[in-house]
Design a binder for this molecule. Structure first.
Ligand code: B1M
Length: 234
């Protein structure tokens, strides 16, 4: 760390400056600084969800753009991801603290061949915060692992994440395996990830494409409400 950086005292920055500084620190992969800044914003009364979306996700967008443009490379992006995870770990218990009643159970994982997990982790956190039980299968998840977990966990929802155009078709492999096994209609299938869109979700036979974590929560709630109504009617 340079002398110049030493002079920045995060707690002395106003909110706007602090968020800008967090963008820089995320970019530089400075995990401890990100953790400190998250705590400062929380102390100042920011809602955990606001810290997550405005400071962390906002900062990661800049990292993503420069990665795409060849300005940042994998090692730097890994450090940024690590710093982001440090901030997310502080927010996770707070987002889950809503005390909401159990809404349903979701099995989620990033598909086979894909190791991106930040978005998936965010979805898991937000779902837990909304009262869902989440079984996270991690990254690089094969169709058999999804299917086994759905049955073993008696889940309501399958969530799949893919960040690569080369791995998103694997979602169809999983859904086809469910169809083949005759269990497709036993679960709500939600998919998400930056390269996906609504059309893709429909084409592969998912119930819905979720653009972000907040939409995933709303969509999951809608489907659970429909399921309860059907059960009540039948
Ligand atoms: Co990767 N990477 N990466 N990467 N990486 C992307 C995805 C890329 C778009 C970068 C770019 O070129 N602009 C590009 C993909 C291009 C393409 O396919 N068209 C890319 C590439 C090429 C690669 C490698 C191939 C690079 C290489 O090795 N040459 C390699 C692939 C490795 C592999 O998976 N096999 C690779 C590796 C990596 C790192 C390991 C360095 C790191 C991942 C670290 C980690 O996740 N632990 C990384 C990162 C961090 C990124 C970017 C920069 C950021 C992704 C991220 O975390 N975003 C990404 C660029 C970008 O997306 N702009 C990029 C923040 C996160 C909050 O957003 O994941 O979109 P997102 O999740 C959102 C929504 O999409 C949605 O909700 C989330 C929250 O709102 N959502 C869901 C996501 N999943 C959901 C599931 C649901 C519902 C909603 O289920 C119900």
């Amino acid at each position: 760390m340079s002398d110049e950086d030493d002079e920045i005292i995060l707690s002395e920055l106003d909110d706007e400056e602090l968020v800008q500084q967090m963008f820089d620190d995320l970019y530089d992969g400075l995990k401890e600084e990100i953790e400190e800044a998250v705590r400062i914003l929380l102390d100042r009364g920011w809602e955990p969800y606001r810290v997550l979306t405005e400071a962390l996700v906002g900062g990661m967008k800049i990292v993503g753009d420069d990665f795409r443009d060849g300005i940042l490379f994998v090692p730097e992006v890994l450090l940024a991801a690590n710093a982001m995870k440090g901030g997310m770990a502080i927010l996770k218990p707070l987002l889950a603290e809503t005390g909401a009643p159990r809404m349903g159970k979701m099995v989620i994982g990033t598909v086979k061949g894909d190791i991106h997990d930040i978005g998936k982790n965010l979805v898991s956190m937000m779902m837990e915060g909304a009262g869902f039980e989440v079984v996270d299968l991690g990254i690089n998840t094969a169709a058999e692992e999804y299917l086994e977990a759905l049955e073993a966990e008696e889940a309501d929802i399958l969530g799949m994440s893919a960040l690569l155009t080369t791995t998103m078709p694997y979602m169809k492999v999983v859904i086809d395996a469910m169809v083949e096994k005759g269990i497709r209609d036993d679960y709500t299938v939600l998919v998400g990830g930056a390269p996906l869109n609504e059309e893709f979700g429909k084409a592969i036979g998912a119930d819905a494409y979720c653009r972000d974590a907040a939409i995933a929560v709303e969509t999951a709630k809608d489907f659970m409400a429909r399921k309860h109504n059907q059960l009540a009617a039948g």
